[in-house]
Design a protein around this ligand. Structure first.
Ligand code: ATP
Length: 123
């Protein structure tokens, strides 16, 4: 039980480190909160909530993996190294792909509801 609790402690330490050092992690966390707020205000349904939860999880997960890989790369290759650059570019690309997926999902879920709201108010 003690090991389980200290395991959570290490995980929170990792989250705190990513949040403190990575601007992109803070931006994506804020975007996640905005999506949750929009979901509540626009009364999205259960399956839409699952898509929102999946997108937030995947973006933050890839951000955390990217931070881990970047940190490890800086540890093993502090100086310039072409391969080290490729490693960082590849994990950055993983974040980009996931963020694009989240953006498209967000548009599919929220845009029709926002347009309906706007046209309803305009009429
Ligand atoms: N050791 C290195 N050798 C070669 N190229 C590197 C190296 N470190 C970084 N780069 C190149 O610079 C880019 C930015 O690296 P950096 O470590 O600043 O990443 P970042 O995404 O800006 O991370 P951070 O959020 O820590 O600032 C990498 O994607 C890579 O192309």
């Amino acid at each position: 039980m003690k090991e389980l609790i200290s395991g959570f402690g290490f995980a929170f330490k990792g989250l705190k480190y990513a949040f403190a050092t990575q601007l992109n992690f803070r931006i994506h966390t804020a975007a996640g909160f905005v999506a949750i707020l929009a979901g509540a205000l626009l009364h999205i349904n259960n399956s839409e909530w699952l898509w929102v939860a999946l997108c937030i999880t995947m973006v933050l997960l890839t951000e955390l993996l990217n931070t881990g890989v970047e940190t490890l790369t800086d540890l093993v290759s502090p100086g310039y190294n072409k391969l080290a650059g490729h490693v960082k570019d590849i994990t950055a690309a993983a974040v980009l792909i996931t963020a694009i997926f989240a953006l498209i999902s967000g548009l599919v879920i929220f845009l029709p509801k926002i347009l309906l709201l706007v046209t309803h108010h305009a009429a």
